[in-house]
Design a protein around this ligand. Structure first.
Ligand code: IDP
Ligand code: MG
Length: 138
């Protein structure tokens, strides 16, 4: 039975800065998923602490804050059957140096050596995190 899911996607500041919003969005749309909402946001530290609550004690968390506040990001609400695993598959592995070719991270990014890995896109990893994260940005 079809059960529609909704997920949060962030086109991170490196994606906006490099002019990749259109190409990243096109991959999600041409896959067939539905864009339900979109907004450009300058992230606050409060939003990031809620969004990345599982990472706040990691040594690279200050780097994440610097990265994610380095410019505006674009938040997307995207829906479709199995969209959560589908967008994770389109995004590719966390490390863009080794992310598979054909994925967004694999095709457009590489690890530049900055404190936080810059990898162009965030996508929710479960229905629970999608609900939590959508409330942060919309
Ligand atoms: P994900 O974005 O692939 O789900 P997570 O482990 O949830 O990866 O980490 C969130 C973000 O934190 C990553 O996308 C990346 O920007 C950054 N990050 C994760 N692990 C590291 C690390 O070991 N060093 C530096 N930055 C990291
Ligand atoms: Mg994650």
């Amino acid at each position: 039975m079809s059960e529609k899911q909704t997920t949060l996607v962030l086109i991170k500041p490196d994606g906006v800065r490099r002019g990749l919003v259109g190409q990243i969005l096109a991959r999600i749309e041409t896959k067939g998923y539905l864009l339900d909402d979109i907004r450009m946001v300058q992230a606050s530290e409060e939003q990031l602490a809620t969004h990345y609550h599982e990472l706040v004690n990691k040594p690279f968390y200050p780097g994440i804050v610097r990265y994610m506040t380095s410019g505006p990001l674009v938040a997307l609400r995207v829906s479709g059957h199995r969209v959560i695993e589908g967008v994770r598959a389109l995004s590719g592995a966390t490390d863009p140096t080794t992310a598979a070719a054909g994925t967004i991270r694999g095709d457009y990014g590489y690890d530049t050596g900055s404190d936080a890995i810059e990898n162009l896109i965030h996508s929710s990893d479960s229905p629970q995190s999608a609900e939590h994260e959508l409330a942060v940005w919309f």
